[in-house]
Design a protein around this ligand. Sequence first.
Ligand SMILES: [Fe+2]
Length: 252
Amino acid sequence: MKYKTIMLIPDTQFEPGKSVKHMNYAGQAAKEWGVDCVVQIGDYNDHPSSCKYDKDKPGILGSRNIRADYEIGFRGNEEFEAGLGNHSCRRILTRGNHDERPRLLAQTIPAISGLVEEYEDRFENMGWEVYPYQEPVKVSGVYYSHMFTRTTAGKSSAMSVRSGASSAKAQLQANLMSCTAGHSPGFQYTELPTEEGLRMSMIAGSFYPHKMKYPGPQGNKHFQGIIIKHMLKPGTYDFEKISLTRLKRMYG
Ligand SMILES: [Fe+2]
């Protein structure tokens, strides 16, 4: 199917207690820009209660709130739909490593597997086409995945499977195709002219209003926002960055 305009929604990392109102702004923007297709690039939910680094801490299971971690994401989707109104568009979601957390935890704690599957079923049926973690989906000649793991040596390494490409340039050199990823906070872009057209590589991994604790005070200064891709031709597009600040000013 041919699309004219795609909206990229980077990692939303919905977390209980944090605002989801920005998804309403994204929905309104999709409507106003006449977006044909929306791609949410994964780490839709943060799933702090399923963090593997906490699994061995005494008493942590009692404080887990698997349900709340999923429910906040459903609320985010309700806000998006409210903003979108009656505008129709395709919705694609490529799962991220955080989205995998509950199922991974259930392998360690079988008692929660029923609950996790119940919520995963709802997650997979909330109105988005959901693609498996690290399996790229091609839309208008561009491959989308939460991360691209191939290195310039042509294979995936233990490091690249965990973290993806180290930069947009490395992602392009390893894959030699137009590709868009999330995962890494901020925004990176590079392109390569070829006889068959531009090859465009983008990494955009942050669309959340809150600050993360783990990067420290210097690690929260990066771009937060969405990307609109216009003038779509196979593998190429013009793009526009729209910051969360601008979205809030326009639609808040
Ligand atoms: Fe990620």
